[in-house]
Design a protein around this ligand. Structure first.
Ligand code: GLU
Length: 467
């Protein structure tokens, strides 16, 4: 096998969608696996919709996830000379022609076809025209009128399309600007792309593009059209219902390696294996293992996977990965208690953002404001005695660390014939004001003796007295 040359060819017209990242990833992994070249080409010929901001988002997203191109980025907006040269060649060879039909004429013919309930196709009026009037024109390709075109798709299998469905394809508009189907083929030929791997929303363009390869006298690449990505609701992932921008996932505190290993599983599988390292993927990935049916973006699974990866780290590594998130909630990551608190939060946090937000419960060491509902439910009159007795007992501990605190609390419960449920949640409300926190003993250790005891006693005092 010759080394593959593959490309990711986004149009910079918005966010970098996770579906596009997945397409890019399949290209990138395929190149890595088979010692090939991964090319980035920004398809910015639509000047009205393309923005530099979107280009930057694409570059940033790819850098974040670790998919640096081996060649590029190339910009179609800078390749006009090449497209014009290819267009002239086709015109000279009479494989393309100037079409002078006006928009109004075409619209009238289209309306006519619609009235007759026929599929509209351009009637090729200008195909054999030999004069060259000084009028605006579009350039059209002479496409075959009969026969079929076959796509041997690596994912979809054999797809056959009849040629009589196609118009003589417009290659360049009246203002001279080349259209997507033309630039994409010219570039894929020029960049010697061996495998075109992209979303199956492009499958209907492929037959037209295959004809253009033939007109341009170039061999066909292999095609692989990837299934759409659906949300859990079974509908196409959309901005309205889902988080779809890769940088938004970054900002929510997902790890790039999570996104990478999660996205690759959207349509690709290696037996039943769920977990992969990036290294493993570059040794295992193959287009032939991509499934043709729609893939489902399961947000719960993503959370689980990210949490799993967070829990694999040492607390110090996790703190370092979460550094910018911790700073963003106003905490200096080097503060002494932070590392211990990261360790305490690690079993529950699924994202770096959740982790950082979780740290906030430890910043304030003064009196606690109780969540009203939690206080009503858990700081009842019996807690006056229980929390006071517990505080008295814990006051005897010098080594105020979680294991010692846990042992003392257990002994205390046994003596009084109480269960954890009799003091667990009340203690939590006493310490952090609400019902969600890491393990109580971790929390007490992080707050230290003075703050913890003060809070237990304050909650005891807060609980209503009997009379
Ligand atoms: N620029 C096209 C898009 O963003 C992709 C073209 C291709 O991969 O052939 O949809």
């Amino acid at each position: 096998m010759t080394a593959p040359r593959v490309r990711f060819a986004p149009s910079p017209t918005g966010d970098l969608h996770v579906g596009s990242v997945r397409a890019s990833l399949f290209n990138w992994l395929y190149a890595r696996r088979f010692g090939g070249t991964f090319i980035l080409r920004i398809e910015d010929t639509d000047r009205a919709r393309s923005t530099d901001e979107s280009t930057n988002v694409i570059l940033e997203g790819m850098r974040w996830i670790g998919m640096e191109p081996d060649e590029g980025p190339f910009f179609q907006s800078q390749r006009g000379d090449l497209y014009r040269a290819r267009l002239d060649e086709l015109l000279d060879a009479r494989k393309a022609y100037r079409c002078y039909c006006t928009k109004d004429e075409v619209a009238a013919k289209r309306a006519d076809a619609e009235r007759q309930k026929k599929l509209y196709r351009y009637d090729r009026t200008c195909r054999d025209r030999t004069d060259a009037p000084d009028l605006p024109f579009v350039v059209r390709a002479k496409l075959p009128e009969e026969g079929t075109v076959v796509i041997d798709d690596l994912v979809k299998g054999r797809v056959e399309v009849r040629n009589d469905q196609f118009d003589d394809l417009i290659l360049a508009r009246q203002d001279g600007s080349p259209v997507y189907n033309f630039t994409v083929v010219v570039d894929d030929i020029d960049m010697q792309i061996t495998h075109v791997v992209r979303g199956d929303d492009h499958l209907n363009n492929t037959p037209k593009q295959i004809h253009l390869y033939s007109l341009l006298g170039a061999p066909l690449p292999a095609f692989a059209h990837l299934p759409m990505v659906h949300g859990a609701n079974g509908k196409k992932l959309s901005k309205r219902d889902n988080v779809v921008s890769i940088l938004q996932f970054r900002d929510l505190g997902y790890l790039p390696e999570t996104m990478l290993t999660f996205l690759v599983r959207l349509g690709w599988a290696h037996g039943d294996q769920e977990q992969f390292t990036v290294e493993e993927l570059t040794q295992l990935f193959d287009l032939k293992d991509v499934r043709p049916s729609a893939a489902v973006f399961d947000e719960k699974k993503l959370d689980w996977l990210n949490g799993f990866k967070l829990r694999e780290m040492t607390p110090a590594a996790l703190r370092d990965r979460a550094r910018t998130f911790i700073e963003a909630v106003g905490i200096d990551p080097e503060t002494t208690w932070v590392l211990r608190a990261v360790e305490a939060l690690q079993p529950r946090a699924n994202t770096l953002l959740q982790l950082a937000k979780g740290l906030r419960m430890f910043t304030d060491r003064g009196p606690v404001t109780y969540d009203e509902k939690a206080a009503r439910k858990f700081l009842k009159e019996e807690q006056r005695e229980r929390l006071t007795l517990l505080a008295d007992r814990l006051a005897e501990i010098d080594d105020f660390q979680a294991p010692a605190l846990e042992a003392a609390t257990m002994a205390f419960l046994e003596e009084h014939e109480w269960k954890m449920k009799h003091v667990g949640q009340p203690c939590r409300v006493a310490l952090v004001g609400g019902t969600v926190s890491p393990s109580l003993f971790d929390v007490m250790e992080i707050f230290g003796k003075d703050v913890s005891l003060a809070r237990l006693r304050a909650a005891a005092a807060f609980a209503p007295s009997e009379e």
